[in-house]
Every structure is written in structure tokens, then in C-alpha cells.
Design a protein around this ligand. Structure first.
Ligand code: ADP
Length: 506
């Protein structure tokens, strides 16, 4: 396969903005939004917020007093709320005489300003539906009456030319209330609205510094976070590129955070699985090409001889061609099976079936085929057993063991198949079935025993008969039993024969 740098997929232009920059821009944007909000609330809307808070506060105080106006301790209540809220309070009779008074703010308008017309207040408040807001400059130059905003007939009374640019710093709230004797009283509350402009200026200067600092800080932070997030991703990307070139030994080292660690674990697992498939592929190609060559050479050699030499055109040579073709078919089937079984790419159809009958049928067929050559296969079964398994696959495993036994059995050409039921101590003493295939052949040396189940393992020795194995039979048996969670094994002694067995849960 051609492996080169051009192998990598083309980069997607629309996605070319790197994660580093995305995080950076995102953080910068986030910081920008925060700053805008800060500016809006701290500078632009501060005045109106402050005013509305003050208005609510003064209204709440007025309500408290109104509710308690008939209380015998009203004088104490007035002085307490007045002190607590820093609001000067007067309760006037309808004619403008002071009934209660609490003076807590130095220089407040209702207590110290002679121009504050208490006599005229009653009619002004009544004209405004019993509620009146007035804004004053603390120095008293401007006076501005602001009736309820819903009132269309806004009246503006100005004692002196208005100092429009000057922020009004005093709020006087007047309200008519009725006492227990049905007398109309006027509640006058004087609250100072601090000079907000000065505060705004201070905040503005502070915000300049905060803005500069935040931008700098977010740039640094964005770079640090972006690096921190993107570095492991870049490292994994580098390793993934190596993997794409076929380097399955690539190690993904995901450090930094959980997701990356998990991703690298997954990729390490993928690399391991890919390397297995790759190894299997290479092994298969090497072995298949080797195994295919012999029968193919024989077939083409004999076919050419039969074509060119009339003497060679006999049934013996034709039989060799037939045998070699069969061998090729077996090889191809085995290879297909093993690759399916090993990669787990196989459908297993589990269903209950009578394994004793199935084994007996296979043995009968084999006996019929082999009796001409003098082979004899005996079957001993303790009782009929029903198994839940894939009948085709189990028969295939059994058939592989049986063919091996036929290939390797001794001169008596006898093979014995035994089926027994036993309680498996390794599985809570549940009932299992054991199938043994015994031959009288030359056996397998102890040092070869651990390897015979491996793919393409063939014990290297010359047999009396021409044994045409692919080295895949036992590996297929092993894979089939693994899929069925069964067990398998062999007991063998040189020159005494072998007993291959497998067990399955009933
Ligand atoms: P093969 O197609 O070569 O038989 P297997 O995987 O079935 O491949 O077997 C692997 C090796 O195990 C064989 O090459 C053979 O040497 C040995 N073997 C298998 N079954 C027997 C047996 N019944 N008696 C002796 N040797 C056996």
C-alpha cells in the first residue's frame, strides 16, 4: 500500500480557525460583554437606578408612618424610621402646622429652608392626587415639582432660574394621610440624593483602569487557557497522523484533562486493535500465498502434463487435480472462517438442538466416506443431550477434530468419539457435556502441546500419510468454543495417541 503524506485528508477550509483562536476570541468577547454591562450599570444607568431606589425607599418609609399614624408611639416611630433611613420627616396639619417632626439630615430643606412653603403644600399635594415629588438643589437655588408621572398636568414651579445642568440632590415627598379623627394630615419626607455625578466620575475613572486591566488579563488568560486546552489535542492529532501512516506502535499520551485522557485511551485501544487486524492481515497473506502456491503448482503441472503427454492423461492424475482443488477450497474456507472468527465478525445463531443426534449424523457420514479406506469411527454417548448453541459452528469444530484424528490416527485406523455429561466444578456444578475424540496415532510431544491451537501451527514432522492440513483447524475450534464460552483441550502422549476434547454448558 502506498503510504505518503498526501494520504492525509484535505484540510477543511471552513473549519480552519484553530481552537486556540476560538477560545481566545470567546474569552475576549465574554470579557467585552462584562465590561459593557459594567459600564451601563455603573455609569450610564447609575443615576436612574439610584433615584428609583431612593423613591422606593422614601415611599416605603411614608407607608410605614401612614400605617402607624394612629399609634400612641407615633412620635418614637417617626424618629426611629427617620434615623434608620436618614430621612427628615414632618407631619403637618392641613393648615401647615407642624405636628411631628424629626430632623436627622443636617441642612435639610424642610427644616432649614425658609422658602419651603408649608402653608401652600396642602393645596399642592391635593391637586396632585395626594402625592407630590419635589426635587431641589441642596443649595436651594432651583426647585422643581414633579407630580406623578401619570399626571398630564405637570407643573413646574421655579423660584429662581433653573440650574439645569446641576443635578437635583434633594427629594421631598409629600403625601396626604387621614388620621383616626378623620383629619387630613400631610406627611413630608426629605431625603438627600447624594451627588451621584461625583460618584459616576469616580466610577468612570475606576472603570478605565478596570477595563484596561480586564482586557490585558483576559488576553493573558485566553492564551493560557487556549494553550492548556489545545496542546493535548495537538499532541493527539500528531499521534493520530502517525497512526494514519500505519505506525501502530503509536502511543497516545492524553494528559491535561479527563476527556483527553479518555480519548487517548480509546485511540490507544483502537491502535492496538488495528495492529492486531494488520498483523492478522499480513500473516494471512503470507500463509495463504504460501499455502496456495503448492496446490496451484500441482494443479497446473498435472493439467499441463495431461494436455501435452497422452500417457499422463489418466484418472490418477485427474484425481490429484480434484484433491488439490478440494484442498484449495478447504484452505479458502478455513481462511474465511478464521478471519471472521478472529475479528468477531461472525453471526452466531444460538438455538436448542440435539447434539447427540447431530454428532451421530456427522460420524455416520464420515464413516460412510472413510470406510473404503478402512477407517472406523465409534461413538459412545451416555444419553441424548440438547444444547443451546450454533449447530453449524459446533459441528464444524467437531468435524475439524475428527478430520485431525483421521489424519493422525495409528495403523488400526480407529477413532473413538465419546459424549459424557458431568457437573462442572468451575461453574457451580452445572451440567456440561464433554465430547472427546480419541485416536491411536503417534501423539503430540509435550513441548508442542501449548502451540497447536495457534493459527498456522503445524508440528514439524513427517507423517506416514500425506497430511494436508492448513494449520488453521484447531485455531477455528478454539475460536468457536470461545464464542460459546466453552472449554477445550488435549491429552496426548507420544506414540500412544491423542484425546482432543471440548465441553459446553447444557
Ligand atoms: P492442520 O490443518 O495442520 O491439522 P490444526 O490446527 O488442525 O492444523 O492442527 C495443528 C497441528 O496439531 C497439526 O499440524 C498437527 O501437528 C497437530 N495435531 C492436530 N491434531 C492431531 C492429532 N489428532 N494427532 C496428532 N497431532 C495432531
Amino acid at each position: 500500500m502506498k503510504k505518503s503524506k498526501s494520504f492525509f485528508p484535505p484540510k477543511n477550509k471552513s473549519r480552519q480557525i484553530s481552537i486556540k483562536w476560538k477560545i481566545f476570541l470567546f474569552l475576549l468577547g465574554f470579557c467585552g460583554v462584562l465590561l459593557i454591562l459594567l459600564w451601563l450599570f455603573q455609569v450610564v444607568f447609575l443615576n436612574s437606578f439610584y433615584k428609583s431606589i431612593k423613591i422606593n425607599e422614601i415611599k416605603a418609609t411614608a407607608n410605614t408612618i401612614e400605617k402607624s399614624i394612629n399609634d400612641e408611639n407615633i412620635a418614637t416611630i417617626i424618629s426611629t424610621v427617620s434615623e434608620n433611613n436618614d430621612i427628615c420627616i414632618k407631619v403637618l396639619s392641613s393648615s401647615g402646622d407642624t405636628i411631628y417632626s424629626s430632623h436627622v439630615v443636617k441642612g435639610c430643606i424642610i427644616h432649614s429652608k425658609p422658602t419651603f412653603d408649608e402653608k401652600a403644600l396642602h393645596s399642592e399635594v391635593t391637586n396632585n392626587d395626594g402625592e407630590l415629588f419635589q426635587y431641589y438643589n441642596h443649595d436651594g437655588y432651583a426647585r422643581e415639582t414633579e407630580p406623578d408621572s401619570v399626571q398630564p398636568e405637570n407643573t413646574q414651579i421655579q423660584d429662581k432660574p433653573p440650574a439645569e445642568e446641576k443635578e437635583k440632590d434633594t427629594l421631598i415627598y409629600s403625601k396626604t394621610i387621614i388620621d383616626a379623627n378623620n383629619n387630613e394630615l400631610i406627611l413630608v419626607l426629605n431625603s438627600l440624593i447624594s451627588p451621584v455625578n461625583a460618584t459616576v466620575n469616580t466610577l468612570r475613572v475606576q472603570l478605565y483602569y478596570i477595563t484596561a486591566f480586564m482586557i490585558l488579563f483576559s488576553v493573558i488568560l485566553a492564551f493560557i487557557i487556549a494553550k492548556w486546552i489545545s496542546r493535548p489535542i495537538e499532541a493527539i492529532n500528531e499521534s493520530a497522523k502517525m497512526l494514519a501512516t500505519g505506525d501502530y506502535s503509536t502511543q497516545f499520551k492524553g494528559t491535561g484533562y479527563k476527556e483527553i485522557a479518555e480519548l487517548s485511551d480509546t485511540l490507544n485501544f483502537t491502535a492496538k486493535e488495528l495492529s492486531k487486524v494488520e498483523l492478522l492481515r499480513q500473516e494471512l497473506i503470507a500463509n495463504i500465498s504460501h499455502d496456495l502456491r503448492t496446490p496451484l503448482t500441482l494443479i497446473s503441472g498435472y493439467a499441463e502434463a495431461m494436455r501435452d503427454l497422452p500417457d499422463e492423461n489418466n484418472s490418477e492424475n485427474a484425481q490429484i487435480i480434484v484433491d488439490e482443488t478440494k484442498r484449495l477450497t478447504t484452505l479458502v474456507n478455513d481462511v474465511m472462517d478464521i478471519s471472521k472468527l478472529q475479528t468477531g465478525n461472525i453471526n452466531v445463531h444460538l438455538q436448542p438442538y440435539n447434539v447427540t443426534v447431530s454428532l451421530s449424523n456427522s460420524i455416520n457420514r464420515m464413516n460412510k466416506m472413510m470406510e473404503l479406506d478402512g477407517y472406523q469411527i465409534d461413538f459412545i454417548a451416555d444419553r441424548e443431550v440438547t444444547l443451546t448453541a450454533d449447530e453449524t459452528r459446533i459441528s464444524q469444530a467437531f468435524y475439524n477434530l475428527l478430520t485431525n484424528a483421521i489424519n493422525y490416527t495409528g495403523d488400526d485406523k480407529k477413532i473413538t468419539v465419546t459424549q459424557t455429561i458431568f457437573q462442572n466444578p468451575a461453574d457451580d456444578l452445572t451440567n456440561w457435556v464433554k465430547i472427546e475424540v480419541a485416536d491411536s496415532g503417534e501423539g503430540i510431544a509435550a513441548e508442542d502441546l501449548p502451540y497447536i491451537w495457534d493459527r498456522y501451527y503445524k508440528v514439524d514432522k513427517t507423517h506416514k500419510r500425506a497430511v494436508t492440513g492448513t494449520g488453521l483447524g484447531l485455531s477455528i475450534v478454539k475460536s468457536i468454543l470461545d464464542i460459546h464460552h466453552g472449554d477445550y483441550g488435549v491429552t496426548s502422549k507420544l506414540n500412544e495417541g491423542s484425546i482432543f476434547w471440548f465441553t459446553l454448558k447444557i
